[in-house]
Write a protein that binds this ligand. Structure first.
Ligand code: ATP
Ligand code: MG
Length: 226
């Protein structure tokens, strides 16, 4: 592999409109690493993730995600970056008027898949990874919260991304279900991807110890013990 650092920021400012949320952000995450992103509500976790998937513009410093430079990225390059990133949100964001299978096919069509057989195979692949092979015909409302979140994770894996960015993916789940989702995210990281997960769920840290970054007082720092 050409380089193992898959997420890199150096001296980056994170703005929401003209408000400086975080300054001098530096971090470096390697392939195969799982990392937590913690901090109080409003401290800048979601904003930082948005910088990484180019939903917020980067205006200074250096930033590179999966080989793409963030500073001065053009609008037409953003879809290319997003194909290398799997994004998992707390609130699922599934299309509720269609089945699990149709949700996945929708994303595939939107990201340039055309070959029907290949699409079917890939869909079955990612559903198997998250343990939902038998549920592809279900509507989202026919699934539990944990199952819906696994569909979202399956969706994030469709294009075999190098990086998974997850914003409180266990926020709406009970502790047992959260643990299953965590195990899955952990397994994903050990398969050579980098996973950065914003969370408030401190109960996970004991069972799943990992590098931890904290947003606090307008800064990001790595801490030893959450
Ligand atoms: N769309 C927006 N427009 C303007 N300001 C925003 C916007 N989104 C967030 N902010 C502000 O940016 C700061 C950081 O918010 P952010 O959502 O990154 O925090 P967070 O750490 O993710 O919080 P939480 O734990 O509640 O999700 C807050 O002061 C927030 O009010
Ligand atoms: Mg947030």
């Amino acid at each position: 592999m050409a380089f193992d650092t898959i997420i890199e920021l150096q001296d980056v400012s994170v703005f929401q409109k003209n408000i400086l949320v975080l300054s001098n952000v530096s971090l470096s995450i390697e392939r195969g690493q799982f990392c937590y992103l913690i901090g109080r509500t409003g401290s800048g976790k979601s904003s930082l993730l948005k910088i990484l998937y180019a939903d917020l513009p980067m205006v200074d410093g250096f930033g590179r995600v999966a080989g793409t430079d963030l500073l001065g990225i053009r609008d037409r390059e953003i879809p290319f970056l997003r194909r290398k990133i799997g994004i998992v949100f707390q609130d699922f964001q599934l299309l509720n008027d269609r089945t699990v299978k149709e949700n996945l096919l929708f994303v595939m069509r939107a990201t340039g898949w055309r070959d029907k057989i290949a699409m079917e195979e890939r869909m079955e692949d990612v559903l198997e990874k998250v343990g939902l092979s038998t549920k592809s015909f279900k509507m989202p409302h026919q699934l539990s919260g944990g199952e819906q979140q696994r569909v979202v994770i399956a969706r994030s894996l469709i294009n075999d991304p190098d990086v998974i960015l997850a914003d409180e993916p266990t926020g709406n789940l009970d502790p047992e279900t959260s643990e299953g989702i965590m195990q899955l995210m952990f397994d994903i990281s050990t398969s050579g991807r980098a996973v950065l997960m914003a969370t408030h769920d401190y109960s996970l840290f004991g069972k799943f110890p990992a590098r931890t970054f904290k947003c606090e007082g307008g800064r990001l720092s790595e801490i030893n013990r959450p």
